[in-house]
Design a protein around this ligand. Structure first.
Ligand code: NAD
Ligand code: ISE
Length: 334
């Protein structure tokens, strides 16, 4: 038997992670699930898995060695704190939490525990295209990075559930995290501009243009479009002193027919990042099996939350909003 895992939240990504943990990866067994929608949990439960009536009971169960949190962001804090209290390694989908105060409470608990237990679901760090791009930048042949353009387009988002704050506190967190990791740099301030509003998303504020000011002086511009209709399109291009390095544009399929040759775009994050999610869990299973965590940390989740908060302030102020970080605890220094 592999690492015995319990899943909290069996919605879209919870079901996708159950599929990869049961059908794709080895060394792991999904032994428990829970969801506030008990019927959904029951129908998503793999054969032999127990359906728990609450996250609290799942986390406390002796049959569960490690936990995967796929509930909504606002529920993460309580569930993370319970996992840390129980001393169980936990994979938590992004966003880590939804406020700076909550991020600090989780950090304080993990630091007091004395060992990393939490990995945050910033899957882009595990994507082979991003890893190759980082290797080129770190190799130094192009000189120092000067500007980075990050394009983050969703075909659509769930109407009514995805609010106008979410481009900044739900979607931008990926671009913020990958910018820090890719450029080995830190975000010092954020600006936001609101272009002409798309009519595709009803009342939703979309698209959004964000500028991340990095400590080194690099400027990252992020386009967030969440109702672009044609597909899930993720792009990244780093302009350096002596050249440019970019992610390849990833077609899902190349179609040749009577209309010519065209490239089909991935439908959503499940398709575009399928291998990245597999790899983040491969690495998590090893770390969790050793009673700890690797990859994106609570500190990384905290910084992305601060970035989201600063971006939300910048929408109102229309000026540059600074990030005010606490000192990084030794636990997160590599
Ligand atoms: P979803 O609405 O499809 O599923 C969430 C599920 O969690 C629902 O079934 C809901 O009933 C359950 N839930 C909510 N609060 C709960 C609680 N307190 N206790 C137990 N169950 C609870 O949403 P989703 O798209 O699957 O997103 C879930 C999380 O994953 C979010 O944090 C989201 O930001 C993140 N996410 C990450 C990625 C990525 O690319 N890494 C992609 C999609 C979603
Ligand atoms: C979703 O929650 C994700 O994390 C996806 O990766 C992102 O592209 C999307 O905008 C979010 O809503």
């Amino acid at each position: 038997m592999g690492l015995k895992v319990g899943i909290i939240g069996t919605g879209m990504i919870g079901q996708d992670h159950i599929r990869r943990l049961t059908q794709v990866l080895s060394g792991v067994d999904v032994v428990a699930v829970t969801d506030i929608d008990q019927a959904r949990a029951a129908s998503a439960a793999p054969e032999g898995a127990a359906v728990f009536d609450s996250p609290h009971n799942l986390i406390g169960s002796e049959s569960v060695e490690a936990v995967v949190i796929c509930s909504w962001g606002a529920a993460h804090e309580e569930q993370l704190l319970a996992c840390i209290e129980a001393g169980k390694p936990v994979f938590c989908e992004k966003p880590l939490v939804t406020s700076e105060a909550a991020a600090l409470r989780v950090m304080e608990a993990e630091v007091a525990y004395g060992r990393r237990l939490v990995q945050v679901g910033f899957m882009r760090r595990f994507d082979s295209d991003y890893r190759r791009l980082k290797a080129v930048i770190d190799g130094g042949t192009l000189g120092a990075p000067l500007m980075y353009r990050s394009v983050h387009r969703n075909a659509s988002v769930p109407e009514g559930l995805y609010t106008s704050e979410m481009p900044l506190n739900d979607t931008l967190v990926h671009d913020a995290d990958i910018s820090r990791w890719l450029l080995s740099d830190e975000i010092s301030a954020v600006e936001v501009r609101l272009p002409r509003r798309s009519t595709q998303g009803g009342d939703l504020r979309d698209p959004t243009l964000v500028m991340l000011h990095m400590d080194s002086g690099v400027i990252v511009d992020v386009e967030i479009s969440v109702n672009i209709a044609y597909g899930y399109d993720i792009r990244g291009e780093v302009s350096c002193e002596r050249g440019v390095a970019a992610l390849p544009n990833r077609p899902a399929t190349v179609i040749s027919d009577m209309h010519g040759i065209r490239q089909a775009i991935p439908e959503d994050w499940r398709e575009r990042f399928i291998e990245a999610y597999d790899q983040e869990f491969r690495e998590w299973i090893i770390a969790a099996g050793n009673g700890t965590a690797a990859g994106p940390s609570v500190w990384d989740g905290y910084v992305s939350t601060l970035t989201a908060d600063a971006a939300l302030r910048a929408v109102v102020s229309q000026s540059r909003e600074m990030l005010h970080k606490v000192e990084m605890p030794a636990l997160y220094r590599v």
